[in-house]
Design a protein around this ligand. Structure first.
Ligand code: FAD
Length: 403
């Protein structure tokens, strides 16, 4: 493709997902009139719904809208992918060879699903009883596989390292187990939940509730274990013991496997000048201000940033106003006024009509938003929030910069 030169904007946002659109909308509302969003995708996804799609509790179509419909008015959408950022020259080069100059940059292209890091997994996705709620295409396949299962072994896995929505690997296990319970077939299905962590959840208050949930369904929880290989022909998944000093692997037969892949920064970020130099390669920012640690005119948030919060849309809801306030202050040559405290929430669906809303911050202590409601319990009203309230809030308020 011919090389085009000459595009230049005061603020360029790389990635028009949850983070990028939230920031663009807030910048517009603050009166900033030269903003461009770079994103190749014609569609915008509300990924939290994929858990419910995989569990047969929501239609796939409610999780997607045209990207053009969420792009804030007055923001230029460059429908192309960033391939390289040169923060010294202050330019982004796209896949099509377009060079986009910026004064200020917000980097939020999300993360990369590393399917290839588990040998045998990529080739069998969507077939041979293997699915994953982590993509738009596969989430409905999960339900097609869960729905008819009446006996055998169902394995649900979570990889080590930070992933988006760390609760999602177990939420689908509970939705599926509750379905099988309702069909009277749970006793005939050996449900195995493979988690790399030493407990069900990083916050003890919520971990205790999840222990009881797993027990209620008779789930065989393998803590500090991780999927390392899939042999699709034999319907076997290899699980490694990650406990200190352990060096063993076991092969488990599966009739259904819900696999969550390891995750990291997109390779082009990892290999570029904004990365934090670790193998995961996320964008190196201050965990409170979201300003890049070497380039003050660069900010990052969402899944692509290296802030040690739980990678969720809920975290972005708190990060976006901080980024915008700090970006506007930087433009005005002022001190950075706003700080992010690590807030994230994880709506843990524990049954087909119950949810545990885990809210916490960098201190890893519960951080409840709702007064007078005990959110350390599974609740039906919280289920309604997850199914109806949060999607409405996302499309109508968050993406418009109101919440
Ligand atoms: C199954 C599942 C369940 C989840 N459940 C919850 C939940 O219950 N609650 C919750 O809060 N969060 C949940 N999440 C997490 C949440 O969806 C993400 O944390 C959030 O969407 C991240 O936003 P982001 O803007 O960083 O990335 P994304 O929303 O993924 O957007 C990234 C954007 O960047 C674009 N892009 C990619 N590469 C490039 C490039 N090279 N150049 C330009 N643009 C690029 C993409 O097209 C995309 O539009 C869940 C996620 C999954 C997968």
């Amino acid at each position: 493709m011919a090389r085009q030169e000459g595009l230049r904007h005061r603020v360029v946002i790389v990635g028009g997902g949850t983070a990028g659109i939230s920031v663009a909308a807030r910048l517009r509302r603050a009166g900033e009139d030269d903003v461009a969003v770079l994103d190749p995708s014609a569609q915008h996804f509300y990924q939290p719904l994929w858990t419910l799609v995989g569990g047969g509790r929501a239609p796939l179509k409610e999780s997607v809208r045209p990207e053009s419909s969420v792009m804030p008015q007055g923001v230029r959408w460059i429908q192309d992918a960033a391939r390289e950022i040169d923060p010294d020259r202050q330019v982004v080069t796209t896949n099509a060879g377009v060079v986009v100059g910026y004064e200020y940059l917000v980097v939020c292209p999300g993360l990369q699903l590393d399917w290839g890091k588990v040998p045998g997994l990529a080739d069998t996705l969507g077939r041979n009883g293997v699915s994953s709620n982590y993509t738009y295409e596969l989430a409905p396949r999960t339900w097609e596989m869960v729905k008819p299962l009446r006996k055998g072994t169902a394995v649900f896995t979570m990889p080590s390292g930070p992933i988006k929505c760390a609760g999602a690997p177990q939420k689908i296990a509970y939705l599926a187990a509750d379905w099988w319970r309702k069909q009277g077939s749970l006793a005939a299905i050996h449900v195995v939940l493979v988690l790399p962590t030493p407990a069900m959840f990083g916050v003890p208050e919520f971990s205790r509730v999840l222990d009881q949930v797993a027990k209620r369904y008779g789930i065989d929880v393998r803590l500090q274990h991780e999927m390392v290989e899939v042999n699709a022909d034999d319907h076997e998944v290899v699980i490694a013991d990650r406990r200190e000093g352990a060096d063993s692997k076991v092969s488990l037969h599966y009739d259904f496997l819900h696999a969550v892949p390891p995750q990291s920064a997109p390779d082009w970020i990892k290999d570029g000048p904004l990365a934090d130099g670790t193998p995961l390669g996320y964008v190196a920012v201050n965990k409170h201000t979201h300003q890049h640690v070497r380039y003050p005119n660069v900010f990052s948030l969402g899944d692509a940033g290296n802030t040690p919060n739980s990678k969720t849309g809920a975290a972005i809801r708190k990060q976006a106003p901080v980024v915008v306030a700090n970006l506007l202050a930087t433009m005005a040559g002022k001190e950075l006024p706003a700080r992010y405290d690590g807030y994230a929430s994880c709506p843990l669906t524990t049954a087909r009509n119950k949810m545990l809303l885990a809210e916490f911050d960098y201190t890893m202590k519960p951080h409840p938003t709702f007064p007078f409601i005990d959110t350390q319990k599974e609740r039906y009203d919280m289920w309604l929030l997850k199914r109806y309230g949060l999607p409405a809030m996302y499309w109508n308020l968050m993406l418009k910069g109101w919440a």
